[in-house]
Write a protein that binds this ligand. Sequence first.
Ligand code: FES
Length: 130
Amino acid sequence: MEIKNRRVFLKVAAVGFISFFVFIWNKLTLRHIVTTGTEVASVPLNKNKEVQFFDKFIIVNSDHQTTVFSSHCSHLGCKIDKMENGKLVCPCHGSEYDLHGEVIKGPAYKNLTVLNSSVSDDEKSIIIKG
Ligand code: FES
């Protein structure tokens, strides 16, 4: 009888430990995936530069298209601020993304977040919404 109680206790403890670990993991990762909310920024539109790094976002001009990504790495949220060999590289743990924001090397497994953006009426600036 005592052995059965011990097994039940160990199962409950294991489930509790795993639940706690999953909860902490989600808090650590999701905290950084949520980006700038409703914040709006406006920066000069420069289609001559392939990649421009800003504090909270990255502007990529690729394939005749301008895309704005969050600069927060999808792994643990470090700021991506450099490009090496045509790839966006996170300085913290080395995740790499292509210019479409897709993960090409982990530990990140989610693509970069694409931010809503639009070109101003005079086509001189790009307006970014979080
Ligand atoms: S935070 Fe970018 S790879 Fe870990």
